[in-house]
Design a binder for this molecule. Structure first.
Ligand SMILES: *Cc1c(COP(=O)(O)O)cnc(C)c1O
Length: 412
C-alpha cells in the first residue's frame, strides 16, 4: 500500500488517526497487533547477532526484536506515530515522563555535567535537577538569561512551555538562539503536538509526559521524547542500559489515544477559553493565569508559536491553602486529583501537591503561590463545569463579592 505520508504532508488531524498504521492493509488488520513477547525465537544465529548489534547501537528497528528491553514492535508503532505528529525523525518512549527526563539528562552527559533550566518546571523535574542525583549541577535562570548561563560543559537547556503550573509561555526560538550549540529540551506536555511542534522552532528534544494528554484517559503512565536520529540512538542506548522501557500494553493504549488527540485537545481548549473568561470576572478569583487571556501571553506567542492557549487554567483565589482546599472539596463534577489532560476535569493545589518537592525559593521564583489552583479542563459540558466552579467558590469562600454587590444594588 502506498504510504499516506510519502506523497504529501497531511494535517495533524489526519496524522493522529493514521500514523504508525501504514502496514495495516498488508498485514490484513484494522487494529495494531499487541506483541507481549519478552523474547523472540532466534532462527539464524548470524541474523540474531546482527539484530542485537543494531539494537544495542540504538537503531529503531532490526530484523529480530531479540529481547523486550531492546525493542518492542507495538511500542515502536507509537514512537513512529508521535514522531510523525511532532515532525521529527524519530521518537523514543519510556516507562514514565520522569524516566524520559532522566534519559535525556544521562544522554546529555556526553557534553558535560551542567544544565541550564528555566523555572517553573514540573515539580519532579525541578527536584531531580536540584538534587544533583545524576551527578549534574543546574543553573536556574530566567528565559532571557539562558545565553549568559550557558558554559562549555553545559549538556542541555531545559524549558517547559506552557510551564507547569503557571502556564507561562517561553519563546523557544529565542532560547534556542541563546543556547547556540547546546541542545534545547522542551517539555511540551501541556501543549501536545496538536498545538505546538517545538522542533519547528529549533528544539532538539521534545519531551512529553504521555501520562497526560497523549494517553488522555488517566490510565497509562508513560513518557516519550521526539528528536533527531542521533539523539534517538543515544536515548535508546540509555533506555537499554537503565531499563526504563514502556510496557507494550501502554504503547498500545497510547497509540489508540493519539487517534482522538486532536478532537480532545480542541474541544477541551474551547471550554477552557470560556471558563478562563468567566473566572476572570469572578470577584473571589484574584488572578487567572491562562495564555488565552491578553495578560497571560505578554510575548504574543499564541498564534505565532502555539496554535491555541490549551486547556489548563491556573487561578488564584482570595485566600491560602485552607480556602483553596475548601473550594476543592466542594466540587462535585471536577475531581480533586493531580495529573492532567484526561477526559474528565481535574483540579489540584500546586504549592501543596505537585510542586511540594520544589524548594520554597524555587516556588517563589517560579510564581507558585499558596492561593493557586490548577484546573485541567476535560470534555464535560462547559455549563456543568461552570456551575460546579461557581457553587464550589461560593461554598468554599463564602458569597462572591460581586453577587453581594448585585444584591445590594437590586435592594435599593
Ligand atoms: C507529569 C509531568 C511530568 C512527569 O511525567 P510522569 O509521567 O508523571 O513521570 C513531566 N513534565 C510535565 C510537564 C508533567 O506534567
Amino acid at each position: 500500500m502506498a504510504n499516506l505520508f510519502e506523497s504529501r504532508p497531511v494535517h495533524a488531524d489526519t496524522s493522529a488517526v493514521h500514523a504508525g498504521r501504514e502496514d495495516f492493509i498488508a498485514l490484513g488488520v484494522h487494529a495494531p497487533p499487541l506483541d507481549l513477547s519478552t523474547s523472540y525465537p532466534l532462527g539464524d544465529i548470524g541474523e540474531a547477532v546482527a539484530s542485537l548489534d543494531d539494537l544495542v547501537a540504538g537503531r529503531a528497528e532490526a530484523p529480530n526484536s531479540f529481547y523486550a528491553r531492546l525493542h518492542n514492535p507495538t511500542v515502536a508503532r507509537f514512537e513512529r506515530a508521535l514522531a510523525q505528529l511532532e515532525g521529527t525523525e524519530d521518537a523514543v518512549a519510556f516507562s514514565s515522563g520522569m524516566a524520559a527526563v532522566t534519559a535525556c539528562l544521562l544522554a546529555g552527559r556526553e557534553r558535560g555535567d551542567h544544565v541550564v533550566a528555566v523555572r517553573p518546571l514540573y515539580g519532579g523535574t525541578d527536584a531531580l535537577l536540584e538534587s544533583g542525583l545524576l551527578g549534574m549541577s543546574t543553573s536556574f535562570v530566567p528565559a532571557q538569561e539562558v545565553g549568559d548561563a550557558v558554559r562549555v560543559d553545559t549538556a542541555l537547556v531545559v524549558i517547559e512551555t506552557p510551564a507547569n503550573p503557571t502556564l507561562k509561555l517561553t519563546d523557544i526560538e529565542d532560547v534556542v538562539r541563546q543556547a547556540g550549540e547546546v541542545p534545547v529540551l522542551v517539555d511540551s506536555t501541556f501543549a501536545t503536538p496538536i498545538l505546538l511542534q517545538p522542533a519547528r522552532f529549533g528544539a532538539r528534544c521534545v519531551l512529553h509526559s504521555a501520562t497526560k494528554f497523549l494517553g488522555g484517559h488517566g490510565d497509562v503512565l508513560a513518557g516519550i521524547v521526539a528528536t533527531d536520529r542521533e539523539w534517538a540512538a543515544r536515548l535508546r542506548q540509555v533506555r537499554i542500559l537503565t531499563g526504563g522501557v514502556l510496557h507494550p500494553l501502554a504503547g498500545y493504549l497510547l497509540h489508540r489515544g493519539l487517534a482522538t488527540l486532536s478532537v480532545r485537545v480542541h474541544r477541551a481548549q474551547r471550554t477552557a477559553m470560556e471558563l478562563a473568561r468567566r473566572l476572570s470576572n469572578e470577584a473571589s478569583v484574584t488572578r487567572v493565569l491562562y495564555p488565552g487571556l491578553p495578560e497571560g501571553d505578554p510575548l504574543g506567542l499564541v498564534g505565532r508559536q502555539m496554535e491555541g492557549p490549551g486547556s489548563l487554567i491556573s487561578f488564584e483565589i482570595d485566600g491560602g491553602l485552607e480556602e483553596a482546599s475548601a473550594v476543592m472539596t466542594a466540587l462535585r463534577v471536577i475531581t480533586p486529583a493531580v495529573s492532567l489532560g484526561s477526559t474528565d476535569s481535574l483540579i489540584q493545589h500546586p504549592a501543596a501537591l505537585t510542586h511540594r518537592v520544589v524548594s520554597e525559593g524555587g516556588r517563589d521564583s517560579g510564581g507558585i503561590t499558596e492561593g493557586m489552583l490548577r484546573l485541567s479542563v476535560g470534555l464535560e459540558h462547559v455549563e456543568d463545569l461552570w456551575d460546579d466552579l461557581r457553587q464550589a467558590l461560593h461554598a468554599g469562600l463564602g458569597k462572591p463579592r460581586n453577587e453581594v454587590v448585585e444584591e445590594v444594588a437590586m435592594g435599593g
